[in-house]
Ligand binder design. Structure first.
Ligand SMILES: [Zn+2]
Length: 75
């Protein structure tokens, strides 16, 4: 019986954590929409929101293709 109660508590905790996380991420998303940092693609120079960019060390890229082209041109 004690085991059943323990499992119930775990399930509730997991459920609560998922719910809390979902709530937090929507909050962050709406905040990001309002004031998101813009970054510049190191390869083509296009500006895009940081969340949509691909970060590599100190540089940002608009796509994986440009990341690879940039790395190829460097080496
Ligand atoms: Zn680019």
């Amino acid at each position: 019986m004690g085991k059943l109660i323990f499992i119930s508590i775990i399930v509730l905790l997991v459920y609560w954590l998922i719910k809390a996380r979902k709530h937090t991420s929507t909050k962050i998303e709406s905040l990001a929409d309002a004031s998101e940092d813009m970054v510049r693609c190191a390869y083509c120079g296009v500006h895009l929101p940081e969340s949509e960019s691909i970060a590599n060390e100190d540089n940002f890229f608009c796509s994986n293709e440009h990341l690879h082209k940039y790395l190829a041109s460097k080496s």
